[in-house]
Write a new protein. Sequence first.
Length: 267
Amino acid sequence: MSSYAITGASKGIGREFVRQLAADSANTVLAIVRDPNSSAMSELASNHPNLHVIKGDVTDPKSILEAASAACTITGGKLDVLIHNSNAVDMATMPSNPTQFPFDAEAIKAMFDPSFNTAIYGGLWTTNAFLPLIEKGIQKKIVHISTAMADIDLIKKTGVSYAVAYSVAKAGMNVQVAKYAAELAPKGIKVLALSPGWVNTWEGEKPPQVVEANKVMLKQFQAADPELKGQIQPEESVRKCLEVIERLDSETSGLLISHNGDRARWT
């Protein structure tokens, strides 16, 4: 039996992690969400007795400490795998290139804060809050969901110059993961930055501007992967991510790896 805690579990990739992991009744699954009463979580929990929905906001140190305390009570003080999936972006400036950012300190802060708060500060607080449980777990694995958009080689190959704040925050996350891996290696704890691929997490019909943006991105990503046909679905992404997590060892700890298990096929 394995135990898992997933932050940002209310939608998209996070919810799919919860769904797939809870499908195995031998697992204990902890879904960390800001709103534990959301209909999506309530429906999943009603169908899976092994799923526990816990209130927790990774951008609030007190809140995530309380979530870890609740998790400790449920699991008996131990945890096998922590998946830090929480993410936020300033959607208005996602299409902007770095030369388009304003000479305005408050405006820049508003553009960068959502991504930094979840990826870097939230990643730090979440990892530290759940670390005592991980230390007592069997698998001892910590996974931060990152992105290939923070991989320098991919940026050079594709020419993707937008999503600046998001990519910079994830790059910082990757360094933070490597620092954790270095510090925690003597305790047998493995830490990984995991790119889930180019995933379609949009719910409902996509607006025309999103459809057009995806066409541009597809053409750019094909410069790195000529066989790419488009986005993958959360189900495929998470299935492959869980396979990578299962294989995580001391050799791959500290790295940024794709859902395909390597550093060559990102999409």
